[in-house]
Write a protein that binds this ligand. Structure first.
Ligand SMILES: NC(=O)c1ccc[n+]([C@@H]2O[C@H](COP(=O)([O-])OP(=O)(O)OC[C@H]3O[C@@H](n4cnc5c(N)ncnc54)[C@H](OP(=O)(O)O)[C@@H]3O)[C@@H](O)[C@H]2O)c1
Length: 284
């Protein structure tokens, strides 16, 4: 297959590109940055340049490539600006889907997140409604996810991958990532909120496998949703930070419930090499 990877240089894209080439696919890697091209070509990809906010340029580039599949791994998180990332989800996705449709693309695989579900006591599965009661800043994130997921459904074939919190090399949850810096500065508290993690290599493997999955939404998370009281001390230990100060009475956000990976594991054949952050953090 010929796959156009939008977001080819991001934390997921730079794993997905060589994996797709290695699996025998033709890959067109989209980037805005000429300096990224040599690396992408060294991994066997063809390179195309466009800013996804430039609709005309993007439409031209996707039309010229004529891929079979578009892989949407676009985020705008390097400045930790959630509003910019929401704009990427809304406007960037709109432009990408329109460009894909204009080029006759029939299938898209898109990156989403797994902490978007409504409040509940158990980890959420894919049938759980999205949280439409949230207030800012969460509201902007949810609206971005809704817009992204609605747009990608317009193609005949589509898979939305709702990822847990990425950890591993190059992510915020790495020894040199911003969450490790937070832990060292005492800014990473415990508490009752539940999160689901996924190792970035397992997340990339899911994106490659999803080329062959039926249309639908799939949670891509590890087996062990955990409270911050559980995972923060383990993360701090793994990255050489002091343990968090004991924090009593931290309020619980009812939507912070984690996510369930039964569908991915049992029905899509996705088997994470790091089934739990407990052992996964030891590799950081
Ligand atoms: N589920 C999660 O927990 C999750 C998911 C994603 C990211 N993150 C975190 O966010 C951090 C930053 O993510 P990142 O390293 O992937 O960087 P990023 O700055 O978010 O960029 C991701 C990709 O999007 C592309 N992109 C951004 N804006 C673009 C635009 N206007 N037009 C075309 N392409 C555009 C970038 O391409 P070019 O710059 O090459 O043009 C890059 O390939 C990571 O360390 C990770 O921990 C977390």
């Amino acid at each position: 297959m010929h796959i156009l990877v939008a977001g080819s240089t991001g934390v997921l894209g730079r794993r997905v590109v060589p994996a797709l080439v290695g699996a025998g696919h033709r890959v067109t890697a989209l980037t805005r940055r000429p300096e990224a091209a040599a690396d992408l070509r060294a991994h066997g990809a063809e390179v195309a340049f466009a800013d996804v906010f430039d609709r005309e340029a993007l439409t031209r580039v996707v039309g010229r490539a004529e891929p079979d599949v578009v892989m949407h791994q676009l985020t705008d998180l390097s400045a930790v600006d959630l509003a910019a990332n929401a704009r990427m989800r809304v406007v960037g996705t709109r432009n990408l889907v329109d460009a894909a449709q204009a080029a006759g693309v029939r299938r898209i695989v898109a990156q989403s997140i797994a902490w978007v579900y409504e409040a509940g006591d158990e980890p959420a599965d894919e049938t759980t409604p999205l949280d439409d009661t949230s207030v800012e800043p969460r509201r902007g994130t949810i609206e971005g996810v809704i817009a992204l997921e609605r747009a990608v459904r317009e193609l005949p074939g589509w898979v939305v991958l709702r990822y847990g919190l990425l950890y591993g090399p190059g992510t915020w949850f790495a020894a040199d990532g911003i969450k490790a810096a937070d832990a060292r500065a005492g800014r990473l508290p415990g508490g009752p909120d539940v999160s689901s993690f996924v190792h970035v290599d397992d997340a990339a493997a899911a994106a490659v496998a999803a080329l062959h999955w039926p249309s639908g939404v799939v949670n891509v998370v590890d087996d062990q949703p955990a409270t911050a009281d559980e995972w923060v001390p383990a993360f701090a230990r793994a990255v050489g930070a002091p343990p968090p100060a004991a924090a009593a009475g931290v309020p619980h956000a009812p939507w912070a419930r984690g996510a369930d990976n039964h569908l991915a594991r049992k029905h899509r054949g996705w088997i994470p090499t790091h089934p739990s952050w407990r052992s996964g953090f030891d590799t950081l």
